[in-house]
Write a protein that binds this ligand. Sequence first.
Ligand code: C5P
Length: 219
Amino acid sequence: MSAALAGRRLLVSAGPTFEDIDPVRYLGNRSSGKMGFAIASVAAERGAEVTLVAGPVHLATPAGVHRIDVRSAAQMFDAVMGALPCDAYIGAAAVADFTPRAFAGSKLKKVAGTDTLTLELVKTRDILAEVAAHALRPALVVGFAAETDDVATYARGKLERKRVDLVCANRVGVGATGFESDDNALLVLGPGGFERALGPAAKTELAARLLELVAERLA
Ligand code: C5P
């Protein structure tokens, strides 16, 4: 087993976030957390000291990984910031972009004579961008981009806008890759036109190949 990441501190976020509307309802997304958990697992095998901030998922904690469970984007933000400093942050979580402005303390009821319900949503804080701009910025910040179309263009935009070092783009909503699947295909983009296609392959295999790029950049 390679110890390419021996002694390195990796912080990984994984899974969806759930934004509560009332005591029984939430806004969520289809992220399974498998990609982030695979990264955490392989990084630990390669000797890294790994903290995994996990949204609500049904996955076992990988061996040797320190796991912090959270539910909402705000909780994920606090857990990630609280886990700095580290050598590399890999933001594989599908963080909600919006959350309800107010939590309704009791279950929202249907109102007679009204066929619509308006929920007011406010933007969440961008964890990835704030890690990249933090005084304790890790040496390497890696983001993910799940897009349904024009994957490379949107992902390259994210690289520059969020000032991260690598963006892993995956196309979701097509075939047997992306959310919920055990397989995936990534297009890894970096500054200076760096571009590397990984897969399609099992998420554990993709994690291993992505971590080779991480290890090279931390060396
Ligand atoms: O802009 P978009 O949400 O598509 O960017 C995805 C990347 O940004 C992922 O790495 C995700 O973990 C991160 N992100 C975040 N905080 C948010 C929204 C997205 O860290 N509030």
